[in-house]
Design a protein around this ligand. Sequence first.
Ligand SMILES: Nc1ncnc2c1ncn2[C@@H]1O[C@H](COP(=O)(O)OP(=O)(O)O)[C@@H](O)[C@H]1O
Ligand SMILES: N[C@@H](CCOP(=O)(O)O)C(=O)O
Length: 319
Amino acid sequence: MAVYTHVSAEALATFLLQYDVGELVSAKGIAEGVENSNYLVDTAKGRFILTLYEKRVAADDLPFFMALLDHLDAKGLPVPPAIKDRDGREIKELEGRPACLIKFLPGVSLSHPTPAQALAAGDAMGAMHRAVADFPLTRVNSMGVESWRPLFERCGRSLDDIAPGLYDDLAFALDHVEARWFAGELDQSAIHADLFPDNVLMLGDKVTGLIDFYFACTDIRVYDLAVMHTAWSFDAQGRGFDAQVGDALIAGYERHFPLSSVERAQFTTLASGSCIRFALSRAWDWLNTPPDALVVRKDPLAYVRRLQHYDPSLVTRVA
Ligand SMILES: Nc1ncnc2c1ncn2[C@@H]1O[C@H](COP(=O)(O)OP(=O)(O)O)[C@@H](O)[C@H]1O
Ligand SMILES: N[C@@H](CCOP(=O)(O)O)C(=O)O
């Protein structure tokens, strides 16, 4: 459950007085998500999301995320901008945490997207990349290729406590992917960098929300599509590759940005890099989150299996 910081009803009612949103009617914690504390808030004038940013989101990065959301919202993308208070401020403080009141978007996130839904989601990512062509701000990808080796080294031999051989498999894969990485050769832009199914809200086959921009950054544009491909095309255990879903994501994206021959040729390396990135962040959380913590630990091996799908030569020890 992702409610790390408790907000009292009194503190929330006082906080809302700073906005033109009407009086507090009800609030409840949202279980989904792992990074921040989220509440569903109903007021006399409507429904909102209240997010308190926990330690993994740096307060200094919030202006970038909020400017990106405002930019995409102004271009008609279905993203949730922060609500401005009576003084025009979006980033506030509540219970000692940076906090934003955010537009509520309808829709549900899918556990098993169909090809038609993947087509719409790939299209939405393409539209988002098109809309950021004139977005002026940049942010280094804190989970980009340069961060993987330090994170791998911080996990160290404890990786083998997750699965025997995991340290050697990830060491080999990291050497291989780092040597083939090509920043500079491929177009860069603002990217979402975490557009998993749980960060896309849908009603039927229509995308109604792109949410959770807290890894957004400047990086290789098609890397964003590769991240999406690794997240959408498998079951939760990282098995059962669904080529129809994967192809539909790419087809939707190509309505906006047909892949160049170089991007096609590099896609396996980009997807392998994405698998290493999420295997490592999940492994770090796995090793550093007590099993009885309220937040659900995500399985790092589900990303090792995906890595094996994209490049079977990289995973030889972990099943
Ligand atoms: N703007 C929004 N509109 C509707 N629901 C939202 C919105 N933002 C977040 N949610 C809900 O809250 C959940 C957690 O949000 P998310 O941003 O993914 O959290 P975290 O950053 O902690 O991973 C989402 O799965 C979704 O159900
Ligand atoms: N998508 C990542 C974890 C980030 O969590 P989110 O709830 O902020 O999307 C993963 O699955 O490892």
